[in-house]
Design a protein around this ligand. Structure first.
Ligand code: SF4
Length: 321
């Protein structure tokens, strides 16, 4: 249905067709941007889509830079453009390659598991990459007593609790400032007001907030739960872009933001005007590239993620550096 789109959204659709562009948007993007995307999802879903780019001439990635870098790694045959080149994830900035190398030297033999929210530079140090949807399975499948994990300390704690594995933080201060804003009292108050509501909490929230959740899960899983659950009300502790998306998709259900001020300013830097600009001008400064050698190492760590999630423990994954 394109009849309810505004002029600029229709312009994006026309330019997309003209350029043969695949537009991918993260769940936290502005709703208007999500509407013109070919696919909207969480980091893992978007990475998988990037890898299936055949038939397109280019990717426009509406998200933050590390996500566009992942697309560049997974779709080396097409150019990847980011509408907002200055959209950087502050969580990703907590860890770089040097910190990961130092941690590896202090814990010999422990595999380095890096969350997808890291720069390409840091990812080259990863034995395996994970997302919030598969972090627990990835760590479990490694079959080791200890793993090195970063940059999100709350996700690390979630993995620690779920697996019993000793999880060493690359950077114990690593956090997402958006997910740090949720607090237990607020969630409990909302639960009192909406006794039948299901509480969905992202694992980047603090362990205390995770404790009051009915389900701790990624945004991709939240989409699935809301679509499939019989519940009519949902209290959602993640960035408001996802809350808006869920409410738009399910007008018959009530989606309550656990904190309406949970806005990722970096994600909101992408506007429809910037998407049009990129598609029209193909500006070099919006092109996202990853050097081939670095990309190759990241692809290996990503392949291990897919392997470890779908297959039994693979001993060879341990410390390849
Ligand atoms: S919501 Fe948090 S983790 Fe996601 S891009 Fe924004 S700052 Fe980074």
């Amino acid at each position: 249905m394109t009849s309810d789109l505004n002029d600029i959204q229709r312009e994006v659709l026309a330019l997309k067709r003209e350029r043969g562009a695949l537009v991918l948007a993260h769940n936290y993007q502005l709703l208007g941007v999500q509407r013109v995307a070919d696919f909207v999802g969480d980091s893992l879903q978007l990475a998988r889509k990037s890898a299936q780019v055949s038939g397109y001439n280019m990717i426009v990635f509406a998200g933050v830079r590390f996500m566009a870098e992942m697309a560049a790694v997974l779709a080396p045959e097409v150019p990847v453009y980011i509408p907002a080149p200055d959209a950087l994830c502050p969580l990703a900035a907590f860890v770089d390659g040097e910190k990961a190398r130092k941690c590896r030297a202090q814990h010999p033999g422990a595999p380095v598991v890096l969350y997808v929210n890291t720069t390409a530079e840091a990812k080259t140090e990863a034995d395996v990459i994970c997302t919030s949807s598969n972090a627990v399975e990835v760590v479990e499948s490694l079959g080791t007593d200890t793993v090195i994990f970063g940059p999100d300390a709350n996700l690390a704690e979630y993995v620690r609790r779920q697996t019993g594995v000793e999880v060493v933080d690359v950077e114990p201060r690593g956090h997402c400032y958006v997910h740090r804003q949720f607090d237990v009292a607020q969630v409990e108050l909302l639960r009192e007001e909406h006794p039948g509501a299901l509480v969905l909490v992202h694992p980047e929230c603090s362990p205390e907030v995770q404790d009051v959740a009915d389900i701790v899960c990624s945004t991709g899983k939240m989409v699935k739960v809301v679509a499939e659950s019989r519940a009519r009300e949902f209290i959602v502790a993640t960035e408001v872009g996802l809350v808006e998306r869920l409410q738009a998709a399910h007008p018959d259900k009530t989606i309550i933001p656990a904190h309406p001020g949970a806005v990722c300013r970096q994600m909101k830097k992408t506007t429809l005007e910037k998407v049009v600009h990129v598609l029209r001008e193909l500006p070099e400064e919006n092109l996202v590239t990853v050097p081939p050698e670095r990309a190759e190492r990241i692809r290996r760590a990503l392949e291990r993620m897919e392997l470890t999630v779908h297959r039994p423990p693979v001993a060879s994954v341990v410390a390849h550096h």
